[in-house]
Design a protein. Structure first.
Length: 216
C-alpha cells in the first residue's frame, strides 16, 4: 500500500509561520505549477517508484482552498495517470478555514476527494494574529458544517503548539474549544521541532502531555 502527497506551494498573502510563495488566483505561477505536476505524474506513471498500488492521496499545505475549482480540477486531472481520487479509499484535501465557501467544498467533493483536513492552527484569536493568520475562529464551525453538507464523512482539524507566542493557557483553551465543536478528529502539530532549545523541550512536552490526557 502506498500514498501520494501533493503540496500546493502558494498563499494569497504571506504568513510568518511558513515560507510559501504568494500567488494571485489565476496567475501564471499557478498554471505553471499544474503543468509541472502533470509532467511529473506522467514520468511517475511510466517509471513508478513502487509496485504497491496508491491507496491514499493527500493534497496539502492548506492552500488548495485558495485555488479555483477549475484549477483544482486540473490538478486532479494531472494526477490521473498515477491515481484517480474517486477510485481510492481515501483522498484528502487540506483547507484554510477563512476562504471556504459551500460551492468550494461541493466542488472538491465532486472531484472525488473524500476527506477534509482544516488548518485551524489555534482557536484563540491572539495566537492567529501572532503568526499572521486571519482570526478565523467563527469560520471554523461554518467550514465544518459546510464540509458535512457537501458529503465529506471524515473531517479533521490541525492544531499546532510550541511557538514562543503560544501559552499553555491558550493551548488548553484551543483544545477545549475543539471538543466543544465536536470535531471528529484532531491532529496535533509541533511547530519547528528541529529549532527547539533544550530549555523549551519540557514546556513543549507538558503541552503535548496535557493534550494526550485531555483528548483520551
Amino acid at each position: 500500500m502506498a500514498g501520494l502527497y501533493v503540496q500546493v506551494p502558494f498563499r494569497q498573502e504571506p504568513r510568518s509561520s511558513d515560507g510559501a510563495s504568494t500567488a494571485a488566483p489565476g496567475s501564471a505561477d499557478e498554471s505553471a505549477f499544474v503543468e509541472a505536476l502533470s509532467r511529473e505524474a506522467d514520468r511517475y506513471a511510466q517509471h513508478p517508484l513502487t509496485e504497491a498500488p496508491i491507496s491514499t492521496l493527500y493534497v496539502g499545505s492548506n492552500r488548495p482552498s485558495a485555488l479555483s475549482p477549475t484549477l483544482l480540477d486540473a490538478i486532479t486531472g494531472a494526477l490521473r495517470p498515477v491515481v484517480d481520487a474517486s477510485a481510492i479509499p481515501e483522498a484528502t484535501v487540506e483547507l484554510n478555514p477563512d476562504n471556504i465557501s459551500l460551492s468550494c467544498v461541493n466542488g472538491l467533493r465532486q472531484l472525488g476527494l473524500t476527506r477534509v483536513s482544516v488548518e485551524a492552527l489555534s482557536l484563540v484569536p491572539d495566537d492567529l494574529r501572532a503568526v499572521g493568520a486571519a482570526p478565523s475562529i467563527g469560520d471554523l464551525p461554518r467550514t465544518l458544517r459546510r464540509a458535512c453538507r457537501a458529503g465529506f464523512e471524515t473531517v479533521s482539524i490541525d492544531l499546532s503548539f510550541g511557538g514562543a507566542e503560544h501559552s499553555l493557557s491558550h493551548w488548553k483553551a484551543s483544545l477545549h474549544r475543539a471538543v466543544e465543536l465536536r470535531v471528529p478528529h484532531i491532529a496535533l502539530h509541533e511547530r519547528d521541532p528541529s529549532k527547539v532549545l533544550e530549555a523549551d523541550q519540557k514546556e513543549r512536552a507538558r503541552r503535548l502531555g496535557f493534550a494526550m490526557r485531555f483528548l483520551r
